[in-house]
Design a protein around this ligand. Sequence first.
Ligand SMILES: N[C@@H]1[C@@H](O)[C@H](O)[C@@H](COP(=O)(O)O)O[C@@H]1O
Length: 242
Amino acid sequence: MFNIIKVNNEQQFNETGAGIIASLLQTNPRATLGLATGGTPVGVYKHLIELYKQGLVSFKDARSYNLDEYIGLPEDHSESYRRFMNEKLFNHVDIDPSNTHVPSGVSGDGHKAAAEYNLLLEKAGQIDLQLLGLGHNGHIGFNEPAEHLTAATHVVELDEVTRKANARYFNSIDEVPTHAITMGIGSILKAKQILLMAKGADKAEIVAKALKGPITTQCPASLLQLHPNVVVIVDQEAGGLL
Ligand SMILES: N[C@@H]1[C@@H](O)[C@H](O)[C@@H](COP(=O)(O)O)O[C@@H]1O
């Protein structure tokens, strides 16, 4: 079930996303957040930091679990998702660092790290709000289009489309890791509420496919159609084909 919010500009996009997360924390300070990386949520995190500075929101008792992490990038690498989260959000708010969780991409054994993260998620109980961006090929987290999808946290080989899209953050595509650890589709769908965000004309086609197309593992985001509580925030461009 989708509740689609179409916003008019970047500021509204970020304020609406941050507003949903902030009101959850206001009503439930101990909320468990599922967080995402990528370009889409950066402005949302910026706005949350503003709300925190204004005393309107606190992360003091919140816990967070991130969707995914590249395998092989040191945690202090400029593109590691742990560093991204520290720099874009965690370092600027009152969240207890020990309550922030990102899969470990540096343990040397990706499969073991994935299994450990999955156990952690199971112990954490239900995620109250899972924030999601959307890949151009319909991936969520790093669940890439495939014949079969995996429910639990696992190691994935990244699609060429994904590596190309993310190459903009690296010096060249050769530096983009080939593998990642991602929460599985099952873990994502277990969240109480999902907040899917997409902006820009280049996302219009995949947004329409995900929300209105057939439910297929070839478009992992289409499985969100099975979830009872998904809020979708799109700008006019990304929502252009809805
Ligand atoms: N693993 C991340 C996803 O979690 C993200 O949602 C997606 C879209 O990224 P962007 O928001 O930059 O378009 O791709 C990345 O590869």
